[in-house]
Write a protein that binds this ligand. Structure first.
Ligand SMILES: C[S@@+](CC[C@H](N)C(=O)[O-])C[C@H]1O[C@@H](n2cnc3c(N)ncnc32)[C@H](O)[C@@H]1O
Length: 394
């Protein structure tokens, strides 16, 4: 097995680029939202790495510091301290990280307070949980090479340090679990990260590696929801094209609906062909091109995407016919049932409004209410219960 400071392990891959894109795109709105209510925030990078990749690309710690540096003119009135705790266990990697972080700090405003620590993530987390009574809002990134050293109990305690305000973003190595599940030492580590031995009944030994990787993910999602009590859990698949199999899932866990909704949108845009997945460089579309997906029409001029929006609109109408609610409430209740994200819900609501199946009362007095036009997430909406053309057909 290669050491954690082996140069081969440090090469930048397409998957890493996408992982970093998602992380950095999310940290920006997260910081803006959180700093509105709390001027001190904490970023914990539990498997922080070595700073810069051999091709010069910044690693996750540098990216996090960069978000504040790039947005400081807008953040400076509300952000007093951006504490970043970087945990790295390998000594050589830690040394490189420390140097990279020190250099980056010189470019950053003084509110950025990095602390690169040479330790095991779980040892750090255990002490942290003992010492800190009520932590400030915290984003925890857990990005191991494998699946050991991240006990479920620790993750659950961390995310429950506060009712909301602690979010988790984890690289969940289910591809490796599927590969090594049959050896004893690995199966102990699997039970530790999942926080249960139930997986032995739920993951099919005779299934393909792909099936098993997905079953491991299901167990983990269930554990986060049911044992850790997390409200919103959303995965993004990272596919290893050369091996035609899932390498890992990125899993975002939060009790904050806005956080979930923003992350879902970012993952949707990073995914290939409206799947929540990176399928390899040949399938990778950048955001501008993603937007164009909506304009690919069929022979009737209807885009595949437009049909999806209409189908969402139909499903929502059938479910909420006759009810008064808000689009935000509708999203909260249905987000786990559809891959579609916030802009698509808005399009679906506007589609219903055009057909006079949705009445909208604008609520500019609410945070996400619109002044006029469109459907704001906090506007009052009523799904009008009236017969539709199709209802008269035999
Ligand atoms: C996938 S790399 C991290 C990459 C980094 N997050 C990034 O995106 O640039 C995983 C790192 O975790 C370190 N590591 C391994 N076991 C660890 C542990 N138990 N606690 C903390 N760090 C560990 C490895 O030395 C390696 O540098």
């Amino acid at each position: 097995m290669r050491a954690d400071d082996d140069i081969e392990k440090k090469q930048m891959k397409g998957q890493t680029e996408v992982k970093h894109n998602i992380l950095q795109k999310y940290l920006r709105p997260w910081m803006f939202k959180i700093s509105e209510v709390n001027s001190d925030i904490l970023y914990i990078d539990g498997f922080a790495g070595w700073g810069y990749y051999p091709d010069g690309s910044p690693g996750s710690p540098i990216l996090a510091m960069d978000v504040v540096e790039q947005n400081y003119s807008s953040l400076k009135h509300k952000l007093d301290n951006f504490y970043c705790t970087f945990i790295e266990n390998n000594e050589q990697n830690h040394e490189e990280l420390e140097q990279a972080v020190n250099e980056k700090q010189e470019e950053c405003p003084p509110v950025v307070k990095p602390d690169p620590i040479n330790a095991k993530f779980n040892d750090f987390a255990t002490d942290f949980l003992d010492e800190v009574d009520r932590p400030i809002p915290t984003f925890i990134f857990i990005d191991p090479f494998g699946f050991s050293g991240v006990p479920f109990e620790t993750v659950s305690e961390l995310i429950n340090m506060r009712e909301t305000g602690v979010e988790l973003f984890i690289t969940f190595m289910s591809g490796k679990m599927a590969q090594f599940m049959e050896t004893d030492t690995h199966s102990i580590a699997i039970s530790e990260i999942l926080g249960t031995e139930d997986w032995e009944d739920r993951v099919d030994l005779d299934g393909s590696k792909e099936e098993r990787a997905e079953q491991f993910l299901e167990v983990y999602e269930d554990q986060l929801r049911n044992q850790a009590g997390v409200e919103y859990v959303w995965p993004f698949q990272m596919y290893e094209e050369s091996k035609s199999q899932t390498a890992y899932y990125l899993v975002h866990a939060t009790n904050h609906f806005d956080g979930h909704s923003i992350m879902k949108e970012i993952m949707f845009n990073e995914g290939a062909d409206d799947q929540f997945a990176y399928l390899g460089p040949d399938h990778y579309l950048f955001e501008e091109e993603q937007m164009d997906l909506t304009s690919f029409g069929d022979e009737n001029g209807n885009s595949k995407f437009q049909r999806k929006i209409e189908s969402l609109a139909d499903d929502l109408y059938e479910r909420y016919k006759g009810e008064q609610t808000t689009l935000k409430q509708v999203m909260k209740e249905t987000t786990h049932e559809t891959p579609l994200a916030r802009p698509h819900y808005k399009d679906a609501a506007e589609h219903l409004e055009e057909q006079n199946l949705l009445d909208v009362t604008h609520r500019p007095d609410r945070r996400d209410g619109n002044k006029s036009r469109g459907v704001g997430l906090d506007d009052d909406i009523t799904f009008v219960d009236k017969p539709r053309l199709g209802d008269f057909c035999p």
